[in-house]
Design a protein around this ligand. Sequence first.
Ligand code: SF4
Ligand code: SF4
Length: 232
Amino acid sequence: MIRSEQKPFEEILGSLEGDESVFILGCGGCAAACGSGGEPEVLDMRARLEGQGKSVSGHAVVDFLCQKALVISRLGARRAELEAADSLLVLTCGVGVQAVAAVVARPVHPGCNTVSLGGAKGEWQGAERCLECGDCLLDATGGLCPLTLCSKGLTNGACGGAKRGMCEVSEHRPCGWELIYKRLASTGRLEKLRTFVPPKAYDRMRPRAEWLATSVWDIEAHAPPADGAERR
Ligand code: SF4
Ligand code: SF4
């Protein structure tokens, strides 16, 4: 389970500035379970965007957006609507947004922030990774996560140390920022490189205080009894 929450609507609207038409994509997996990107949320987002005068060329909910083969097979029949859109608004976790960006030749905008549950989140196929930073940057980086693709987690461009496209930290690892540059170039969004990303608020990577207070996190409730008696 990867937990995601919708970004503030104003932020989503701002990310769509300049795009006349958008295709909305939701995820029937974790995002549906979180109430951030299932069918009701996609329909609600469509109504809100149209209420703001945006043209929505279509919408779809794919069972698991983190599964690239599934995304390709489900969106194959929606080609005309996708091609009519300037970009995709994707309502799911950072892994799902990156998977969609990898297989659809359109700019993507993350509609959600991925937030940490502070523990195991299961497994998925594919190379996309998300650190659950709580403030998704994929809008500015062509759908590639700088926190996981750049060895230094740089958020405002390359360090300048790459050689022949490979990271200066490891010659076996592509430079994440070169990948971001190429993706932005291929989708006609190089101006995104001018976006200044303020220093990350890393406290947003901690599980929420209210979740820490649940029975799963209640350390006292799970501690052995002080008198050594067996817990019932
Ligand atoms: S910027 Fe990266 S780590 Fe943060 S939510 Fe997006 S994909 Fe995850
Ligand atoms: S060479 Fe590229 S991936 Fe490596 S640390 Fe520098 S910017 Fe990041």
